[in-house]
Write a protein that binds this ligand. Structure first.
Ligand code: GLC
Length: 717
């Protein structure tokens, strides 16, 4: 298919139709396109038939029905392109991206994305609105669950890995999807952690923190970009000239930019467009190619072209991008791109996919604390599983696509599968809603805790307390869970808590009374089996936090790569002396830092050797780190190399990750991690937006922020 030839045959309306995307429901019921929630779009039947893209459908059958009807009515035979939020699995669900990021395992993320693509493509999906590459420091923001966390390097590597997993080598492969990186840009900086709220970011913060992960995804080949809902420095991202200058100008991205849901229509709400016509003019002039679920383009672009506000040349450029994407996916040859109900049903929850989901959950779970309680002995007499998540199926997390709660394995089911039903006691004890103060279940729960040989409080926040639009002002465990945990801990010291969460929670009260804490995030389909295997030592925790956990909500945002300030006083306890950058009523270090995570093995950092001590701008220094597993348990360790630039022309973070490698080390053996620090890695952005390499000392550290084990100095020359 020669796109330029096809463009010549298209009418203006046909071209504009290619830039529109609406909900599948408009196409599935004969009369629904002019009734129901989409009525406000005022779409005619012709508008619907001209539509170039559809989203939010959940079966190959529906997709085929829409495609077939469309092709029967389109004289040019231009196929519809089908898009969906396949964020962390299609039907077999793996951990939320924030959890998966804690694995520090891009290859694992790639494998998970590849699995999701297989199930999704068989179900009719051709484009996924993922990876989400928003840099986030504020745990109040519900969408932190979709992110890669507070470290730009890690977040970018995980986003790039997802792109490679979704897209593979050839988009014509019927088991691959085109990836749409989102939300460009700095959505994670929404003020007060309130969704859709304004973001104000300096050029320095943008280039050094908020932009890198999007660029990593684009460099990995992401085919689409979705601008964010919120305003950035006073201009909504959808029409932000600075962002398009970076995206199209500096980064040379020439793929499809698709608005977020109704984001163009919402420019009126933002107060930057008088009406839909102005909204269309502003968005289109920025080269926002496609409009998702608002109808300004279909209603006004023709008029704007006739008035000379935008040109048909600009229109052709946008339509070319969309047709090029359809061509890359092979849709002109195979408009169904492998959609196959039978194949999809065979793939959903198959043993191979469940196995990968379980491995992902095991490698994402972070052992936050372990005062010798874990792993439990498999031959234990009885175990009491207590709490709102003891037997809870709602552990897929937000954005779990076609995943179903009933598909998941609960903690109770996982432990019963491991130990047998006879030795497992279970009580809910209390709820997990923020206003649920009912303690009537406490007595039963505490009685079980007393009786059992070991206790597993399963606590957390409901899966709909994070995700889009779901933000919190109090990050503690909702309801009366903290009280329940304290009673259980005093009833039985052999207690290990399992936490289910979509964000860093304030676990200070739990940390004070519970001797072991395993954070599962929202682990997905196999969560209960993964938790059971980790608790009883069939799997060895190896994840490290991709985001810091605050001591109190008042600390937020609290993150590891902060600057020193002129009056530093970093404490765990409230030790306020006055005239220092800390708090009167709380320590200013997080409860658990980025990079923190325990194992059942005991790793000793023996030696750090450098290939040199002078680092040129275009050079690199190899850092080898010898690690010994001083325990009798085989394990894996994420070896992280951090740097600090003690003196520079702008304030620099007290530490920043420059490289990491996950290595397996057998019991009693030694292994080597080989890492690299490059001249590029020590560059930074100054106040004017210049990317600079400055000569001077750079300190390299290995271990965990706040507890470095090895340090060496080099010189940037
Ligand atoms: C939502 C989200 C975006 C998603 C899109 C389509 O509002 O902001 O992440 O991809 O709409 O569902």
């Amino acid at each position: 298919m020669e796109i330029t030839e096809l463009l010549k045959k298209m009418t203006l309306r046909q071209k504009i139709g290619q830039l529109t995307q609406y909900n599948a429901r408009l196409f599935l019921n004969d009369d629904s396109y002019i009734t129901g929630p989409d009525k406000k779009l005022n779409l005619s039947e012709e508008d619907i038939m001209l539509t170039g893209s559809v989203l939010n459908f959940f079966s190959a059958g529906d997709m085929k029905k829409i495609q077939k009807k469309h092709l029967e009515n389109d004289p040019l035979g231009i196929p519809v392109i089908f898009m969906l939020d396949v964020i962390h699995g299609y039907r077999t669900i793996y951990p939320i991206p924030l959890g998966l990021s804690c694995s520090f395992d891009p290859e694992l993320a790639k494998s998970c994305a590849s699995m999701a693509a297989k199930e999704a493509a068989a179900s009719g999906v051709q484009v996924t609105f993922a990876p989400m590459a928003d840099y986030v420091r504020d745990a109040r923001w519900g969408r932190i669950m979709e992110s890669g966390g507070e470290e730009p390097l890690l977040s970018g590597m995980m986003a790039a890995a997802q792109v490679r997993g979704f897209q593979g080598e050839d988009l014509k492969d019927n088991e691959k999807l085109a990836a749409c990186v989102k939300h460009f840009a700095a959505y994670g900086a929404s003020e007060s952690g309130r969704d859709y709220n304004q973001a104000e970011c300096s050029v320095r913060e943008l280039y050094d923190y908020y932009l890198p992960a999007y660029k990593a995804a684009i460099d990995a080949g992401a085919k689409l970009v979705m601008p964010a809902f919120q305003s950035l420095n006073g201009v909504p991202a959808t029409i932000n000239p600075f962002l398009y200058k970076v995206l199209r100008g500096e980064w040379g991205f020439d793929g499809v930019v698709i608005s977020d849901y109704n984001a163009i229509g919402e420019l009126i709400k933002h107060g930057v467009a008088e009406n839909e016509k102005e909204a269309a003019a502003k968005a289109f002039s920025c080269e926002c190619d496609m409009e998702m679920c608002s109808a300004t383009y279909i209603h006004y672009l023709e008029e704007l072209i006739n008035e000379g506000v935008v040109s048909e040349k600009q229109l052709d450029k946008a339509v070319y991008r969309v047709l090029e994407l359809k061509k890359e996916l092979g849709l002109f040859e195979d408009p169904y791109h492998g959609a196959d109900e039978e194949k999809a049903e065979k793939l959903y929850l198959c043993e191979e996919h469940r196995k990968l989901s379980r491995a992902a959950a095991e490698n994402s779970a972070v052992l936050l604390k372990n005062d010798g309680v874990l792993p439990f002995d498999k031959n234990i007499g009885s175990v009491a599983i207590i709490g709102p998540f003891a037997d809870e199926h709602g552990i897929n997390g937000f954005w779990s696509c076609a995943g179903k709660n009933e598909d998941t394995v609960t903690v109770r089911e996982g432990i019963e599968a491991l130990l047998g039903r006879g030795r497992v006691l279970c009580a809910k004890g209390c709820g997990c809603e923020w206003d649920d103060k009912d303690k009537s279940g406490f007595d039963e729960a505490v009685a079980l805790a007393r009786r059992a040989d070991a206790v597993v409080p399963c606590l957390g926040e409901p899966q709909n307390y994070s995700g889009e639009g779901n933000c919190r002002t109090d990050l503690r465990l909702p309801g009366v869970q903290e009280e329940l945990a304290a009673l259980i801990a005093s009833a039985n010291p052999n207690t290990a808590a399992v936490i289910f969460n979509g964000r860093p929670l304030v676990l200070s009260a739990i940390d004070e009374c519970i001797p072991a804490i395993l954070d599962m995030w929202f682990p997905g389909t196999e969560g209960g089996n993964a938790a059971a295997r980790l608790l009883f030592g069939q799997a060895n925790p190896c994840a490290k936090l991709a985001v810091s956990f605050p001591r109190s909500t008042g600390q937020v945002p609290v993150y590891y790569n902060h600057t020193m300030t002129a009056r530093p006083h970093f404490t765990e306890k409230p030790e306020h002396k006055g005239y220092t950058s800390d708090y009167i009523d709380c320590g200013n270090l997080p409860l658990y830092s980025f990079g923190h995570g325990l194992s059942y093995s005991r790793f000793e950092y023996i030696q750090m050797t450098l290939s040199g001590t002078e680092l040129k701008e275009d050079g690199a220094i190899t850092v080898s780190v010898n690690i010994r597993n001083a325990s009798d348990i085989d394990g894996s360790e994420v070896v992280c190399l951090y740097m600090r630039d003690p003196v520079a022309s702008v304030v620099r973070p007290v530490q920043q990750l420059v490289a990491f490698e996950k290595i397996s080390v057998k019991a009693g053996e030694t292994a080597k991690a080989v890492l690299e620090v490059t001249g590029e890695a020590v560059k930074f952005t100054d106040g004017e937006g210049n990317r600079i390499f400055e000569k001077g000392e750079i300190v390299l550290m290995v271990g965990c922020p706040g507890a470095y084990l090895l340090k060496e100095s080099i010189k940037a020359v």
